[in-house]
Design a protein around this ligand. Structure first.
Ligand code: KG4
Ligand code: ZN
Length: 340
């Protein structure tokens, strides 16, 4: 069965971004994200506040996505939503909203795994971009996850390496917090790093299995380093912020690249894609581009707005599942620890 004229609404509410997008035959017509500013003052996401903000945002965000796509809700073919993993209270808002809307419009409901969506975002139809060819390796690097996944088909994925403690985004955010930067600190470390000397300071790279990751030691190392240096010079951070950020970013990027190299060696697969919020990082983007000529890899880096949490990636999974007839019962419940 071929479906030529699909309009799918994607809804994402797993963490602190309320997002909605409309996809039409692989092309994104609208992609709306309401980020929740409220968490910055607490230095991290407060789950209770997140779910309340989702409740306030979801109707206007969906409305804006439909308006931006220039379609009426009655034209929708299906609703795709993030079922998990994520914060339970946040997931529940998107899940119950999607279930009700699908029921009201009498159209299919499609559940989406957030981490699969970060990977499948590469299949959004974009001018001048070729999607990854199967099999490929996907490194998903976000605030909640750090994994290397072997992808043999759209929905055939195997996790071959992962973090044993913190996610890489947490390593960025927690280090940034120690440096007195507001949440989320990842983009700020990236910004300061552009002006700094990456070779000035040395941070440790934790030793674990070749394709696994560990980041909790790095955060402790940053803490001790900052404590020691500020004892000698109370202005140490302000005077050296660019060099600290550049050195820290280099350590993390080199570590991620080491893990990818190990995975390529183990699997023989040189088709590489990245996804998740940390793939917005300029250091990892450059390292991957360089790997094309250096190691003969074919690399896929998502467009900026498809890196951090968004609903376009949920919508593309919705379309891929629709075309395979993979629908969800209206009995479906949110799952904070969903695993594929
Ligand atoms: O995928 P995402 O939006 O949400 C999760 O599912 O976790 O990822 C958010 C994470 C945060 O830790 C944020 O600091 C990090 O992505 N991030 C970055 C950059 N932009 C976002 N980390 C480093 N450099 C960036 N440019
Ligand atoms: Zn994410």
């Amino acid at each position: 069965m071929t479906h030529t004229n699909l309009y799918i609404l994607g809804i994402e509410s797993s963490c602190d971004d309320t997002a909605a997008a409309v996809i039409h035959n692989g092309k994104i017509l609208s992609n709306v994200v309401a980020s929740q500013e409220i968490h910055a003052q607490y230095g991290g996401v407060v789950p209770e506040l997140a779910s309340r903000a989702h409740q306030q945002n979801i109707v206007p965000v969906v409305h804006q996505a439909l308006h931006g796509a220039n379609i009426d809700k009655n034209q929708l073919s299906a609703i795709a939503f993030t079922r998990g993993p994520g914060l339970m209270g946040s997931l529940l808002v998107g899940t119950s909203f999607s279930k009700s809307l699908a029921l009201a419009l009498d159209i299919p409901l499609i559940d989406v795994d957030h981490m699969q969506a970060h990977i499948l975002a590469h299949f959004i139809d974009e001018e001048g971009k070729t999607p990854p060819a199967f099999p490929f390796l996907a490194m998903t690097i976000s605030g909640g996850h750090t994994q290397i996944v072997k992808v043999t088909d759209y929905f055939e994925m195997e996790v071959i390496g992962q973090t044993i403690d913190d996610a890489v985004g947490e390593a960025f955010d927690k280090s940034a917090k120690i440096l007195g930067l507001p949440y989320p600190g990842g983009p700020l470390i990236d910004k300061y790093a552009q002006e700094g000397n990456p070779k000035r300071f040395k941070f440790p790279k934790p030793k674990v299995n070749p394709m696994d990751f560990s980041f909790s030691g790095l955060k402790t190392a940053v803490l001790y380093f900052v404590e020691k240096e500020t004892k000698e010079n109370p202005n140490f951070i302000e005077e050296n912020i660019a060099d600290i950020c550049a050195s820290l970013q280099k350590t993390i990027v080199d570590y991620l690249m080491d893990k990818l190299k190990n995975a390529v060696k183990k699997t023989g697969i040189k088709e590489i894609a990245i996804g998740g919020g940390v793939s917005a990082n300029s250091g990892i983007r450059k390292a991957l581009k360089d790997a094309e000529s250096k190691y003969g890899w074919k690399t896929h880096i998502p467009k900026f707005e498809y890196c951090t949490d968004n609903a376009a990636m949920i919508a593309i999974v919705g379309e891929l599942k629709y075309r395979q007839g993979l629908f969800t019962s209206s009995e479906v419940t949110a799952s904070a620890r969903l695993k594929y």
